[in-house]
Design a protein around this ligand. Structure first.
Ligand code: MG
Ligand code: FE
Length: 168
């Protein structure tokens, strides 16, 4: 395979990843009731994720003449599975915040690799786009890990109180 063929594959993977991200974040935000700060930050990142999809799509459009929806569909199915698994947990909000952090790390690694590939094939526009997206992923990861102790404490406090819902 050529550099360009691998590059296009990886950009498509990034697009599928962002579709999956949107699906997971929508489900989390839609279920959260008692954690307004977390919910607001997730909603902000949903908007960022939708912009990221458009930016990634613009790179695909420059390198791709055909169109593929296969990975998109697979990504959505995987996301639904993960969201459903999370809802089963009694400590859903804590597990969700942790999974969210892990997912952001996957995104950071993906864009770090994509930036290197973009530079190697001379796609300066792509490198610029993926660098901008990576900054948003780093900011989201930082927010989640910084607020994880508070989310944990709020969950424990609510969980110990009689008749108070803690999980979401
Ligand atoms: Mg993203
Ligand atoms: Fe993200």
């Amino acid at each position: 395979m050529t550099y360009e063929e691998h590059y296009l594959d990886w950009v498509r993977d990034a697009y599928a990843m962002e579709k999956q991200a949107e699906s997971i974040l929508e489900k989390m935000a839609g279920r959260l009731e008692h954690y307004p700060d977390l919910k607001a930050r997730i909603q902000q990142h949903i908007a960022e994720t939708q912009q990221q999809q458009n930016m990634v799509q613009s790179v695909i459009d420059r390198y791709d003449t055909s169109s593929s929806v296969v990975k998109d569909t697979l990504g959505k199915l995987a996301a639904q599975g993960q969201a459903i698994a999370g809802m089963m947990a009694e400590d859903e909000v804590v597990k969700g915040a942790m999974s969210g952090y892990v997912f952001e790390q996957l995104e950071i690694a993906s864009y770090t690799s994509l930036i290197a590939a973009a530079e190697l094939i001379g796609d300066e526009e792509g490198a610029r786009i993926f660098t901008a997206i990576r900054e948003q992923e780093v900011a989201m990861a930082e927010w989640l890990i910084t607020h994880l102790p508070a989310v944990t404490e709020q969950f424990l406090v609510r969980s110990a109180a009689p008749g108070v819902e803690a999980k979401k």
